[in-house]
Unconditional design. Structure first.
Lengths: 156, 156
């Protein structure tokens, strides 16, 4: 069970964008440079974040990305699901209905209790990440960090 | 983020073994037949469950698998981790320490707050699955199911 490597990228990029002045933007190239990440692949992930409504893309040569809404309204779950989807890691293929021990369709009108418990665990994971916003993350970084971030990012 | 397809297999096989009479066993071939699963691949997963201490393998022509301890002492988490490991799906590659924005090692003595939040979500997932035992699962299947399971399994 692995999240894509880009999960770390988008969480850090969104945290970086959350440190910009209001309406300021950063381009995919700037963010790639800031974290030394492969620019084309990062660009694809940032587009996914924009498509999911987490970021807003402003077009043009001076364009770039900014948060689509206040940092307090963007959760880690929204960022993670933008690049990895919302599906549960557990896939139920209804093996209870196959083989020598196959249950009848009538006996399978309710979701398999194992699938229910696996779904509950996924909900617990989601609730945890839905309870953390970018504003919460900013509240835990050092006070000097945002000014440094803005300075290094704009210089690239 | 996907669990292996065999996660469903081992959860159902462990639930099946939990329905046997005390000290009764079922072979990998019987379980594969019961759920119409590829026997060699299932055998490998059952071995992993035995290695993890969830099942006990009894050798010999009449041998097979049984639960290594009472169903109330085996959690879904132990079963899932036996085949998929205990690692968090989120991998932190410390990108905060690379690129133009690289933080110094001194500024990274504490775990990255993003990694901390992702680890907390994984802990929530683990807690959820650690809170469900095979006995809990048995408590939610129909009263007629165990006798049917034993009958169909032993007939194969």
């Amino acid at each position: 069970m692995k999240l894509p490597v880009s999960t770390e990228w988008v969480l850090h990029c969104a945290t970086t964008l959350a440190q910009l002045e209001p309406r300021a933007t950063a381009s995919a190239a700037q963010l790639a440079d800031y974290f030394d990440l492969p620019a084309p692949y990062l660009a694809k992930q940032l587009k996914a974040l924009a498509k999911a409504g987490v970021l807003t893309a402003t077009p043009g040569p001076r364009g770039g990305y900014r948060l689509a809404r206040p940092a307090a309204d963007i959760t880690l779950l929204q960022i993670v699901e933008a690049v990895d989807g919302a599906a549960s890691p557990y896939e139920c293929h209804e093996i209870r209905q196959q083989g020598r021990g196959a249950l009848s369709p009538e006996d399978c009108r309710h979701t398999c209790v194992i699938a229910v418990k696996m779904a509950e665990a996924h909900q617990a994971w989601k609730r945890s990440l839905a309870g953390v916003t970018l504003a919460d993350i900013l509240g835990e970084i050092p006070p000097w960090a945002p000014a440094r971030t803005r300075s290094l990012l704009s210089g690239s």
